[in-house]
Write a protein that binds this ligand. Sequence first.
Ligand SMILES: [Zn+2]
Length: 159
Amino acid sequence: MSYLWKKTEKWNQWCDSKNCPVCRNLPQPDDYVTIAETDASWIEAHPNVPFKGTCYVMSKKHAIELYDLSDDEAFSFLKDVMITARALKEVTGATKINYEIHGNTVPHLHLHLFPRYLVGDRFSDSVIDPRNVEPPVYSGNEFHEFTKTMRERISSALK
Ligand SMILES: [Zn+2]
């Protein structure tokens, strides 16, 4: 993993929504799953993650920093984060949900949600280091079942 903001030319290009891969709707890897879509966000997951249950809330509006959103836009985005976090805690049985906004590889606002566990949490005494993970964390049909259950929970929460 390399931090795009260290590569000034590419970073500056991608900061402009005309060149941003999210805004340009460039294809994501085949294993990305959109769990839900709201007016403000896409809620997504993919299987190559540090923990089972890791997911993302991706802003539909191009923003680099959270403060680039208006108050109303930020509220809508964070409301989607709260809905996702509640569903995630219920579905995974996690003890705690961690929230991380980086944007180090793609300068388009997105927030990572990580379920943390009392037992079997490989980073129990440290911050999550995605470089220190040996995927896959899912086996068999687990990823499909996770995204299916999350889709059902979030769909009912959005009604
Ligand atoms: Zn963008």
